[in-house]
Design a protein around this ligand. Structure first.
Ligand code: ADP
Length: 352
């Protein structure tokens, strides 16, 4: 059955990096969801690569809900951007044979935004709310009875004549996605029957994702070429697909479309200044600064941000997580420190 998602209405999150990075895990305008990303998105559970424990849990939940002709339990998906939260919501809708409406918390500021979505839901449909930790308290108050009792409490009239009217809703599934599960209010968290985490992907899974995408884009990418993209994409499918598109551009301009091997991939990604571990200029600038001006640290976030001319929040949410994850950087109570692995990557000696 063809499943249509409603228009994807996701304003940019509260980021402040002036320049977009090819290794940014967030959705960039270039990924233009309806055209480029959409074609590469897996449609069914068996096309969704990796995340085996998640697929197992959700596969069982879908079968059970379908068997009972009930709506799936409300589901909270959390994890870093670009790992497949939206994709999973669309896959679940496809598996259940229903539609998935997609929106994000910042688009639900006024009560009428969320009311409009809820009253238009059909039985057993999915409502995907991205960045759910950013929901206003008004929107949360409306969602609680809707999630728990399928009831929408509407206030009619104003002042002393105002009255509350309850509207019954069809059974539906709220799929909330967040990069910051800890920022979710606890009453909201408690209303999800299923809470699942998405992890960074391992190398074989990333290779499988790149191979699949190359197949869809009809690109003759060799196994080594595939592996090289997988190594440089920071464990993130969205970045893998974006790097693949940059490689395709490069190969097209070079007229190298018979076979795209590791040398072409390397040249293309070096041109975009993405190194063998997926670090880009922002990452290297941060590590170089720590090493050359502060002897490798510890340095406090604010000092580091000021020295780099970046906003501390940007540094913390967009640059540091990957460096921490691959063990090039460490957070200590006294500040950020470059590890020996980070030093070695930049060709420096380990700290004595
Ligand atoms: P999120 O919602 O977590 O930010 P998305 O679901 O939008 O991430 O995924 C970004 C892109 O990465 C998708 O368009 C899809 O092509 C690709 N992708 C994500 N997860 C997978 C996966 N498990 N298998 C294959 N491709 C994936």
């Amino acid at each position: 059955m063809a499943i249509v998602s409603s228009s994807i209405d996701r304003p940019d999150s509260n980021r402040s990096t002036s320049k977009s990075r090819v290794v940014d895990a967030e959705l960039l305008p270039d990924d233009a969801i309806t055209s480029r990303e959409e074609g590469l998105r897996p449609k069914r559970l068996d096309e969704f690569v990796g995340q085996a424990p998640l697929k197992q849990v959700l596969g069982i939940a879908v079968k059970a809900a379908k068997g009972r002709r009930e709506a799936l339990d409300h589901l909270l998906l959390y994890g870093p951007p670009g790992l497949g939260k939206t994709t999973m919501a669309l896959v679940l809708a496809e598996e259940l044979g229903v539609k998935c409406r997609i929106t994000s918390a910042p688009a639900l500021e006024r009560p009428r935004d969320i009311i409009g979505l809820l009253v238009n839901l059909k039985p057993r449909e999915l409502l995907f709310v991205d960045e759910i930790h950013r929901l206003s308290s008004i929107a949360q108050e409306l969602l609680y009875p809707a999630m728990e009792d399928l009831r929408l409490d509407l206030t009619v009239g104003k002042g002393s004549t105002a009255r509350t009217r309850a509207l019954e809703l069809p059974p539906f599934t709220l799929v909330g996605a967040t990069t910051r599960a800890g920022a979710l209010s606890s009453p909201m968290r408690d209303r999800f029957g299923l809470t699942e985490r998405l992890d960074f992907y391992n190398l074989p899974d990333l290779q499988a994702i790149v191979r699949r995408s190359a197949g869809i884009l009809l690109l003759p990418l060799t196994n080594d070429g595939c592996l090289e993209i997988a190594r440089r994409c920071r464990g993130t499918p969205r970045i893998a697909n974006r790097l693949l598109r940059r490689v395709r551009d490069f190969a097209t301009v070079r007229g190298e479309l018979d076979e795209i091997d590791v040398l072409i991939v390397d040249e293309a990604l070096t041109l975009h200044r993405v190194d063998h571990r997926g670090l880009d200029e922002s990452d290297r600038r941060l590590m170089e600064l720590l090493l050359s001006s502060y002897g490798g640290g510890p340095v406090g976030l604010e000092t580091l941000a000021a020295a780099l001319g970046e906003d501390p929040a940007t540094l913390e949410s967009l640059i540091e997580p990957f460096l921490l994850q691959i063990g090039f950087l460490k957070r200590t109570p006294r500040g950020r420190v470059v590890t020996d692995a980070g030093r070695a990557h930049l060709g420096r000696q380990a700290r004595l």
